[in-house]
Design a protein around this ligand. Structure first.
Ligand code: ADP
Ligand code: MG
Length: 322
């Protein structure tokens, strides 16, 4: 006999949670949280719809991993520390193996990033997974998209392009050896939210965003919110070793500059404080690379070894004037 709603919650989503500030979690009408004095609550939510955001056959353990990590990436971009999350599930039916795998992925990721499931909602309908993630950040210290100033240096963490390359590989459009296949699979389903880096950057970066829609689009959000423009030196944009081994020349610049799902941080730092960033990089506390500069002239200019380039958001890379 299929579980009823309450048995389902009890069996798959009512884990012992003992997060800081948690007075009451799953089981009552509301969760109760005590907020630490001097902190701001950072809240973000994402919905994944079957057939739109993940394929029907996708492994629910991986879908859960990805859903949680993508939300955590938004907290990282604000410099917030992960604390609690809620889960709203809409299910077409009660499929226990599916629920068990979803629950496993969710709690594994929650354990890894020290956050607790504190409540949610369970309804019947087309398969949809909504996670609302909450974190804490020192009052007045959250990193926002606004705040980049002319002269600030633009950095990214890690390497760019892995998300878009991973999608092409998963969809069978690009082929790589087994070791790289497993690397890209992991980059797609288990992206690493840059929480540690975000926390390091509070009080140092003037603006930050996580790269979920592609560098040009996301840096564009910083520029719009800050009322500035930017120049990127493309030859300085970092890629992972596995990305560097790819040979799908046509798409690669587009993946690096305009592909999505990298979940790296793009941030700006005042020129006078770039030495602090370099020191963190030298000490291996921060994996970040300078890729350009903010200026007051609007728009984003892409230079490749000094030559102006046009990177189409959805298309190929063109050399201007060649
Ligand atoms: P109410 O009708 O008062 O909103 P529900 O019956 O929807 O309460 O939920 C009962 C309890 O179970 C609540 O504490 C709620 O937060 C929790 N809950 C419901 N669905 C989920 C879920 N998918 N994951 C975690 N907790 C859930
Ligand atoms: Mg309810």
């Amino acid at each position: 006999m299929a579980l009823n709603e309450f048995e389902l919650i009890q069996k798959y989503f009512h884990h012992q949670a003992n997060a800081a500030g948690l007075v009451l979690g799953v089981g009552d009408d509301c969760a109760l949280l005590d907020l630490a004095p001097g902190k701001s609550l950072a809240v973000t939510v994402d919905t994944l719809v079957e057939g739109v955001h993940f394929p029907a056959q996708a492994d629910p353990e991986l879908v859960a991993q990805r859903a949680l990590r993508v939300n955590l990436s938004d907290l990282a971009a604000m410099g917030a520390e992960a604390q609690w999350f809620t889960l709203a599930l809409t299910l077409p039916d009660v499929n226990e193996p599916w629920l068990a795998a979803l629950s496993r992925g969710l709690f594994d990721a929650a354990h890894e990033y020290s956050c607790s499931l504190i409540g949610g909602d369970t309804t019947r309908g087309p398969l949809t997974i909504t996670i609302q993630m909450m974190g804490m950040v020192e009052q007045g210290r959250a990193l926002t998209r606004a705040g980049a100033q002319p002269g600030d240096v633009i950095y990214v963490t890690g390497g760019l392009g892995d998300g878009a390359a991973a999608l092409a590989i998963i969809q069978g459009r690009v082929h790589v050896d087994d070791a790289d296949l497993s690397y890209f699979h992991d980059r797609f389903y288990r992206p690493e939210p840059r929480l540690k880096e975000g926390a390091l950057l509070t009080g140092l970066a003037s603006a930050a965003i996580d790269v979920s829609d592609g560098l040009l689009a996301d840096l564009g959000h910083i520029c719009t919110a800050s009322g500035v423009g930017a120049t990127i030196r493309m030859e300085q944009v970092p890629v992972s070793p596995a990305f560097a081994r790819l040979t799908a020349e046509q798409d690669m610049w587009q993946w690096i500059m305009a592909g999505g799902d990298d979940y790296q941080l793009c941030f700006t730092v005042p020129q006078a404080r770039t030495a602090e960033v370099q020191a963190l990089v030298r000490d291996a506390a921060l994996d970040a690379t300078a890729i350009g500069v903010i200026h007051d002239q609007r728009g984003i200019t892409c230079l490749y070894k000094g030559q102006a380039m046009t990177v189409e958001q959805t298309g190929y890379l063109h050399f201007d004037g060649t």
